[in-house]
Ligand binder design. Structure first.
Ligand code: FAD
Length: 394
């Protein structure tokens, strides 16, 4: 990865903007397809600053296709803890997720892309564009580069989406997290719904003596974090502050550009996790780019295949996730306790163990809503669905 002097560079088949996990996967696959590929990243060090809790399901981790170098801990379940002290432990008894160092993960993914032949320009930001050229500003001064296809992987505040005037995600959550020293069970993630009633708060064990505590929400997030973190005695360090876009942009391609990962609003509305879904979109974008370049067609019709591909893969799941996110807004403290009590039934816990999937939670929710003890939540789900359809028909 080098930053050779440049002003005007020859064009590339594909330019990827953003070297997060999604951009690096897209760049790697495009390079492996034999396309000349450039990845532009505004920061000098890939993977920093970290804006992530670093919890990846087994599937999400496999999707990244990296070694276990970044893995700090393995977890087998989660404990949901209400403010009144009710607890629900869901233990799969086997590794379900990995706690990773995002800096190491991101750099390994970028390294694989570079090994596959993708070129990287670091400390270079895209600041302007026209029909098929990007204008950059960075360590080598001002530059420009042309592309046949552009993959926008530039995160939740996507510059490319803004420059192209694309409609964006409808909801943005703010997230705050700190790493603290505290005794905790390294096998289980803690989930605290009432610490952030619009979403949730978490404790992610890094090891027996260290955890990442954080929360995401829409209002008074700093205040809520200060109150939540005061429950833990250890000093806070390694702060992470970031944005989570919820709701995919209405159109995810156009004018030679495909929007992937957080740039397209692909984070899961149930957990805020965006790596699994983002890397899936990178795969679909790379396949579409390869097909367009093979046929030398760059108008919107062949590019629309990207949207067909992600819709048939994760579209339904993300749509249902948004529904669950709306439903979550209607669950107050009393309802949380009721829900924990209902879910504590051994038969129901068995359904969760059998059907639970962090990346595709709609399946387990569908099974749970069929249980008589949870019928009242079917009614709530229906009301939320109707509300969503009337507010946002289609
Ligand atoms: C507090 C918090 C906790 C989270 N926890 C989890 C979790 O536990 N698990 C999970 O799966 N997800 C989690 N997420 C979400 C996850 O971090 C994102 O979904 C993921 O990083 C998206 O990857 P990406 O590659 O699309 O975007 P990013 O990782 O944001 O990468 C975008 C890249 O583009 C670069 N860039 C931006 N603009 C420009 C420009 N103009 N020119 C050049 N480069 C540019 C940025 O520097 C950045 O490197 C969390 C998010 C937050 C905020």
């Amino acid at each position: 990865m080098n930053n050779q002097g440049r002003r005007r560079q020859p064009g590339y088949d594909v330019v990827v903007v953003g070297a997060g996990p999604v951009g690096s996967m897209a760049a790697r696959l495009c390079a492996e397809y034999g396309l000349s590929t450039l990845c532009i990243e505004e920061h000098g060090t890939i993977g920093y600053p970290v804006q992530c809790a670093g919890l990846l399901s087994g599937n999400a981790f496999s999707e990244c296709e990296v070694s276990k170098k970044s893995v700090l801990n393995e977890v087998s379940g989660a404990e949901i803890i209400s403010d009144s002290g009710r607890r629900l432990l869901i233990d799969a008894g086997t590794t379900k997720a990995f706690v990773v160092d995002r800096g190491i993960l991101d750099r390994e993914m970028a390294g694989r892309a570079a090994n596959a032949g993708a070129e990287f320009w670091l400390k270079t930001a895209v600041c302007r564009m026209d029909a098929n050229r990007l204008f950059t500003r960075g360590i080598d001064g001002h530059g420009e580069v042309s592309y046949k296809i552009l993959i926008a992987a530039d995160g939740p505040r996507s510059t490319i989406a803004r420059l192209r005037g694309m409609a964006r995600a409808r909801t943005y959550l703010a997230g705050i997290q700190a790493e603290i020293s505290c005794e905790n069970d390294p096998r289980f993630v803690g989930v605290y719904p009432e610490a952030s009633p619009e979403f949730f708060a978490w404790r992610i064990p890094v090891n027996r003596k260290r955890a990442r505590i954080g929360l995401a929400g829409m209002t008074r997030v700093r205040e809520k974090f200060a109150s939540f973190s005061s429950r833990f005695s250890g000093p806070c360090m390694d702060f992470v502050v970031g944005t989570i876009p919820l709701g995919i942009m209405p159109v995810t391609y156009g004018n030679r550009v495909m929007y992937v990962g957080d740039a397209g609003g692909f984070a899961k509305p149930t957990s805020g996790g965006g790596i699994y879904t983002g890397v899936r979109t990178a795969r679909h974008a790379a396949t579409t780019a390869r097909d367009c370049i093979e046929k030398q067609v760059f108008d919107d019709a062949p590019l629309s295949r990207y949207e067909d591909l992600w819709k048939s893969d994760i579209g339904k799941e993300l749509g249902r996730g948004l529904w669950m996110f709306r439903m979550r807004q209607t669950i107050g403290p009393l309802e949380t306790d009721r829900l924990i009590a209902a879910l504590s039934d051994p038969g129901i816990l068995e359904i969760i163990r059998q059907h639970g999937d962090m990346d595709r939670p709609a399946g387990v929710v569908k099974e749970l809503l069929k249980q008589p003890a949870l019928y009242r939540y079917s009614g709530m789900a229906l009301r939320c669905g109707i509300k969503m359809l009337t507010v946002n028909p289609g």
